[in-house]
Design a protein around this ligand. Structure first.
Ligand SMILES: *Cc1c(COP(=O)(O)O)cnc(C)c1O
Length: 385
């Protein structure tokens, strides 16, 4: 196999550390569902899922049946998969056949699920997602009693696997009143279940932010995305943790991701010359520049033109000129030891220096999640210790 223009490494020890930290926060009993939508937030489902299993995770949440299939390809037989988002009607039999759990958020779906489950001869595992105030997906209150009656009547074919909801903005303290209202409404749904004497196997509402900062949102399962990858969901959640633990700083969550490439070429540029396309960068003195073999088509944000940095021999090298589709240039005038083929860190640590995803996202106004999840699936991912 020929070599790709960049590579991503996942650090297993850091992941293990993050899971241990999250486990300490949420207590002993709740299941951790690892949210691996968007190609595991760019970390790469195919590499990430087996690594997570090696750290004791055996429940995975995805956004689509397409992603569920990808997880299924690489996960072990004992692991469970839950689709939180799009499952087309034509794929319902496929999900039931493969024991894949899925969200249901309207009543009309249920008879179709029942028919498919009967034909296949296996029960469907549904998580009823209820509307509590995010007004995204979510079953309206007015249909809930009908759903409960249906599930009660057909319980040998359609399992009431979960009752869930999703908070719209749990990472921000300023949304607290809304989150509290959502939780209150969720409790009202649970009360109706008790009154109807039909209970879900699993109650789950917490994402990373809620699980880390609001202990009362931890029921039987938590759906953890961003925190497992080593990112605090927001400064609010980080500071609430510092306050709770009476610390000034905390490095409990560790990034597991690093992104590297190599120097493709080195050349001298005379004073007054322009670098790359256009005239956005003119050499103010005689410079040495290194050429990077990737660009915006490979997930490197174009907004970092003339402002981002990479690491070479542990030193920061500034981007000069525009990020091209498949190339960009950096200034290495001050890094005399740089040679063709030397390692370049795009995100991650090199010697004592580090480039964080957030150092990208601060200047590009992209959220961590957005930048990571846009990294092309074609970049090879490997696990390191
Ligand atoms: C993405 C997502 C999560 C995980 O959110 P994080 O903030 O990354 O932990 C949980 N539940 C649902 C429904 C989601 O879509």
């Amino acid at each position: 196999m020929v070599r790709h223009s960049s590579r991503i490494e996942l650090k297993k020890s850091a992941y293990k550390n993050n899971i241990t930290f999250i486990r300490r926060k949420i207590g002993e009993h709740a299941t951790i569902s690892s949210v691996v939508k968007a190609n595991a937030y760019g970390h790469g489902i195919r590499t990430f899922v087996p690594m997570a299993e090696g750290c004791g995770i055996n429940h995975f949440s995805v956004a689509s049946s397409f992603e569920a299939e990808e997880v299924m390809d690489v996960c072990s037989a004992g692991s469970r998969i839950m689709i939180m988002g799009i499952l087309y009607e034509e794929d319902i039999p496929w999900a039931i056949e493969n024991g894949i759990e899925f969200f249901v958020y309207n009543y009309e779906r249920l008879p179709k699920i029942l028919d498919a489950a009967k034909i296949i001869g296996k029960p469907a595992k549904v998580h009823v997602e209820v509307e509590t105030g995010a007004n995204r997906t979510g079953l309206p209150q007015k249909d809930f009693l009908n759903v409960l009656s249906f599930l009660k009547k057909h319980k040998q074919h359609v399992l009431f696997e979960g009752l869930c909801t999703h908070f719209g903005g749990a990472e921000s303290v300023s949304n607290q009143f809304k989150i509290d209202m959502q939780h209150k409404r969720y409790k009202a749904f649970l009360k109706q279940c008790r009154e109807k004497k039909i209970l879900p196997n699993t109650r789950h509402i917490a994402c990373s932010a809620a699980a880390l900062a609001m202990p009362d949102t931890v029921y039987d399962m938590v759906r953890i995305g961003v925190a497992q990858y080593g990112f605090w969901p927001s400064p609010d959640i980080y500071f609430s943790h510092l306050h709770e633990t009476n610390k000034k700083a905390d490095s409990s969550l560790k990034r597991i991701f690093s992104w590297r490439t190599d120097i493709m070429d080195i050349r001298d540029v005379e004073q007054g010359e322009f670098i790359g396309y256009g005239t956005s960068f003119q050499a103010t003195h005689k410079m040495t520049i290194a050429v990077m073999p990737l660009g915006y088509s490979n997930g490197y944000p174009r907004a970092l033109s003339n402002r981002g940095h990479v690491l070479i021999h542990g030193k920061k090298a500034a981007i000069v000129g525009l990020i091209n589709m498949n190339l960009f240039m950096v200034d290495i005038t001050h890094i005399k030891e740089a040679r063709l083929g030397d390692e370049v860190v795009l995100i991650g640590r090199q010697h004592t220096n580090v480039i964080n995803v957030s150092s990208f996202t601060n200047s590009t106004q992209l959220l961590n999640n957005e930048m990571l999840s846009r990294l092309p699936a074609a970049i090879p991912r490997t696990v390191v210790r």
